[in-house]
Structure formats: structure tokens, C-alpha cells
Write a protein that binds this ligand. Structure first.
Ligand code: NAD
Length: 255
């Protein structure tokens, strides 16, 4: 039997983070959910049993993160998944306070989380980190501030991979495509996202699920990925390939 790993997942009380919690818990690891949503986080921990604990913490609160890390004591896998989505806005109208809030949670808090738990991994001489980037890390979209935060997360991932490899720490990112989570469902319900257009823009004509993202994260943290570091892996049902293909002027004739 392989040794039980300690897996820290921020934003683990919903959506992609919850899928990651369930994937690692199902494999017998010890999971620490860090989230601001106490009701949901505690309920998931209770449902999954004693190897899953909930810690209420805001990832933008450095002192709270440090106290939580000290209480946990060890970390083998870190997934800093806590983040906020954004609705479409014109660049010329982007509110700077909102841009600052997105930058604080989606980038600075991810950096801070990686610093706190990365130091523990360095002391241990091993670890795996998987950050959550996005298709907007590399593509334009009308989520003006969100794009910048996710491009920053991808860049940070590469810098961390380069710097921390010498300590036995691997750092990769996943870039989920449109993933059906509570945050995404809320935007569909409010008319901010068109579910038909989303599915049509993918090569596979389907949504990504939190489980799909979780399976990729699990692989990247496994020994099977022992020489993979510094990559950003799209989990997008073929959205990147299809949208480029579909936009190109040369098209095969209709069947
Ligand atoms: N849903 C998508 O299509 C999609 C695509 C690409 C990337 N992502 C990224 O995946 C991550 C999760 O998105 P989701 O759709 O699952 O969202 P979600 O809202 O369903 O889940 C996010 C979780 O993060 C928690 N959280 C938010 N701010 C926090 C903070 N400051 N401290 C601690 N916890 C906090 C929330 O309470 C919630 O439990 C985000 O980083 C998002 O940018 C989502």
C-alpha cells in the first residue's frame, strides 16, 4: 500500500475544488479543505469521513493561512483552487476596484498559498503543486481582469517549477475549459453564459465536469507524472483546437 498523502485543496467546498477533494479522498489520501464556505466545507468533510477535515480560511488572509498550515503540519500535495469567475465587461469600462479584488483572490492569494505551503514542501524535500489556470491564460476574452489573473497564474506556475524543482517539488497547472460548477450554473441561470454556444464551441460537443479536471490533477500529482513539471494542461473538451479551426477561413465542404 502506498503511504497516505496529505492533500491541501483551497476552494474545496464547491465545483472544481470539491471534485478534486472527492477524487483524492476516493484514493485514500488525507484531505484538508480550505474554504470560506463553512457550511458546505464542513458538510463535505462529514460526508467523506475522518480523513477529510475542513478549515475555514480566506486565502487572502496570510495570517489565517499560516495558522492553518501550522495546524495541518505537513503537506504533500497542494491545489490552490479558490477563485472567482467574472462576467463580460468592456476593457474601457472595467472597474478598477473589481479588477483589484479579482487580482487579490485569483493571483495574490494563490501566490501567498504557494509560499506558505511551498516552504513546508521545501523543508520536507518533496511535493506536488497543481494550480488552476484557464483557457483565458492564453486566449482573449471579455473577462478583462480575470484573464490577467489566469495568465499570471500560468506564469507563476512556470517560475515555481523552475525554482522549486531542485527541492523535489513539481509544479504544474490545469487549464479547465467551460466546467459545469455552481459558479458556472449561476451564470447560465442569470443569462451571462450561453450553454448551447459553449457546448457547440468544443470539439467533443460536451461540457467539462469537475471530475474530468480532478482526474487530470490526480495524474499530475502521481508518480506517473514524476518528470512532468512547468506545464499547463488544457482540460477543455477540445475547445482550443475547435475554436481556432472554426475561425479559420478555409473550411472543408459540407458533407
Ligand atoms: N468553472 C469553470 O468553467 C472554470 C474554468 C476555468 C477555471 N476555473 C477556475 O476554477 C476555480 C474554481 O472555480 P469553480 O467554477 O469551481 O467555482 P465555485 O464558485 O463553484 O467554487 C469556488 C470555491 O472557492 C471558494 N472561495 C472563493 N474565494 C475564496 C477565498 N478567498 N478563500 C477561500 N475560499 C474561497 C468558494 O467558497 C467556493 O467554495 C477558480 O479558480 C476558477 O477560476 C473555473
Amino acid at each position: 500500500m502506498t503511504e497516505q498523502r496529505v492533500v491541501v485543496v483551497t476552494g474545496g467546498a464547491s465545483g472544481i475544488g470539491e471534485g478534486i477533494v472527492r477524487r483524492f479522498a476516493g484514493a485514500g489520501d488525507r484531505i484538508c479543505i480550505l474554504d470560506i464556505n463553512a457550511g458546505r466545507g464542513a458538510a463535505i468533510a462529514t460526508e467523506l469521513g475522518p480523513d477529510v477535515t475542513f478549515h475555514q480560511v480566506d486565502t487572502s488572509d496570510r495570517a489565517g493561512l499560516e495558522a492553518t498550515a501550522e495546524a495541518i503540519g505537513r503537506v504533500d500535495v497542494l491545489v490552490p483552487c479558490a477563485g472567482l469567475l467574472q462576467n463580460a465587461v468592456r476593457v474601457l469600462d472595467m472597474d478598477l476596484e473589481e479588477a483589484e479584488r479579482l487580482l487579490r483572490i485569483n493571483y495574490l492569494a494563490v501566490l501567498s498559498t504557494c509560499q506558505v505551503f511551498g516552504r513546508m514542501m521545501k523543508a520536507q524535500g518533496a511535493g506536488a503543486i497543481v494550480t488552476i489556470a484557464s483557457l483565458t491564460s492564453t486566449r482573449a476574452s471579455a473577462q478583462v481582469a480575470y484573464n490577467a489573473t489566469k495568465a499570471s497564474v500560468m506564469s507563476l506556475t512556470e517560475s515555481m517549477a523552475a525554482e522549486l524543482g531542485q527541492y523535489g517539488i513539481r509544479v504544474n497547472a490545469v487549464a479547465p475549459g467551460y466546467t459545469l460548477t455552481p459558479a458556472m450554473q449561476a451564470r447560465i441561470d442569470s443569462g451571462e453564459r450561453d450553454p448551447t454556444a459553449i457546448v457547440e464551441a468544443s470539439a467533443l460537443k460536451k461540457w467539462v465536469t469537475p471530475e474530468d479536471v480532478a482526474n487530470a490533477v490526480y495524474f499530475l500529482c502521481s508518480d506517473q507524472a514524476c518528470v512532468i513539471t512547468g506545464v499547463t494542461l488544457p482540460i477543455d473538451a477540445g475547445w482550443l483546437a475547435y475554436t481556432a479551426f472554426d475561425a479559420y477561413a478555409a473550411k472543408p465542404p459540407p458533407e
